[in-house]
Design a protein around this ligand. Sequence first.
Ligand code: GDP
Ligand code: GDP
Length: 483
Amino acid sequence: MTDPNEPHGALGGAEYEEFMALAAEEGFDADEIAGDLDAAAAGPLPVLAVVGRPNVGKSTLVNRILGRREAVVEDRPGVTRDRVTYEAEWAGRRFKVVDTGGWEQDVLGIQASVAAQAEFAIEAADAVVLVVDATVGATDTDEAVVKLLRRSGKPVVLCANKVDGFSMEGEAAYLWSLGLGEPHPVSALHGRGTGDMLDAVLEVMPEAPRETFGTTLGGPRRIALIGRPNVGKSSLLNKVAGEDRVVVDATAGTTRDPVDELIDLGGTTWRFVDTAGIRRRVHLQDGADYYASLRTAAALEKAEAAIVLIDVTEPISVQDTRIITMAVDAGRALVIAYNKWDQIDDERRFYLEREIEQELVQVQWAPRVNISARTGRHMEKLVPALETALAGWESRVPTGKLNSFLGEIVASNPHPVRGGKQPRILFGTQAGTRPPRFVLFASGFLEAGYRRFVERRLREEFGFEGTPIHVSVRVREKRGRKK
Ligand code: GDP
Ligand code: GDP
């Protein structure tokens, strides 16, 4: 699979050969380098959603899958968790897990609530694990989720949880009645059966996400419109969609809202993802934050670029920065739209600029538009901002050009001497795009400060406007160990 004689990463044939010659000269192992390039260029990961009623053990199972206690199981009901997506690996395959276990408050009634949160997760998923409590058996709520799953057409693995011992396996068998095929008896708490269940998941989960970016060639670009409640997402959507919005994926014969909408902006058609979640305007009491996080994570999974809306009439909040961080972590192109500009006065404007400087320094590279969803102000600026961000997201610096630039950096701004040694960037390459991913090869450990400096200089030199960039560093093993 990692034949180093074939090109790896985003490098072209001749470029790859030149690069590998350079690597060999500096004493790097060809197999290892091919692996690094593949890892950096790897496309988006498939997504596994874990859904089910409250207290069936979803979070416990996610912890099991992750192999660490990251998705903390909280005893307090309705507690808000800001993270819902995690990276996992099983049997050498990497994927993302969306945990829907963080929320159980409901004003809609339990069934509607569970269905509502499961729906987003399922929509963004490439495969689903439905967790059912085998000690309780199938309930009406479980049946409601099964209906959703059927409609989605996504592959499903049924997890009969809380089968802590052999004597419980009979209970698990009752769950055949759900019509989802074999119930996999599992004890998420003790780890029993989870391996077999994950094997079953990998069997049905596609290698790449259902909607890989690659398939968009010529098709509409996918945009996630995100932001905390009341910043103006649905107002903006209504403004840009107008009356004749085109509905995508409307499931015939159901009352379900459209999932995505095709919207014409500036002469181009864009696909706004998960507009149902925006239009439905579920404002739940305690669960609202978590619900919003889940929606945001799901929309980001499906999108290439995100427009993050900020309400300029209020101070920039932790929630705003958290949403921006989610977009950056997801590796999406980013545009920041400052909404309700019709309401801003000089004093507020002064403070806003200060808040932006303080809270949003890490995303100075994101194109900014000051808009009003109410008056329509600067709607026409959204398109150029999106185009800029997507162009940055897809751009690539050829290896030769990158290395002359790295050479200049090393000469003009060498890494500080540490412990009598001076680590040095030897060479590098941009192994991937969407977003740009660089691999630098160095003679020793590069400090975080220096890596940030390199990233800043990369942006100054090559742009990358509107996109996060990743820089990973491979340090040369001690000489003598190489073949
Ligand atoms: P969630 O609401 O679906 O995310 O459920 P949690 O993961 O928070 O689990 C709810 C409760 O069930 C917790 O007290 C867990 O310790 C317990 N639990 C989860 N999995 C198992 C299991 O396999 N066996 C037993 N006996 N208890 C479990
Ligand atoms: P969402 O929760 O993010 O979808 O926010 P909404 O679109 O429902 O907007 C929340 C509130 O802000 C509503 O009362 C809107 O009328 C108002 N609003 C949205 N955009 C603007 C704007 O550009 N200017 C002003 N003044 N109000 C706005």
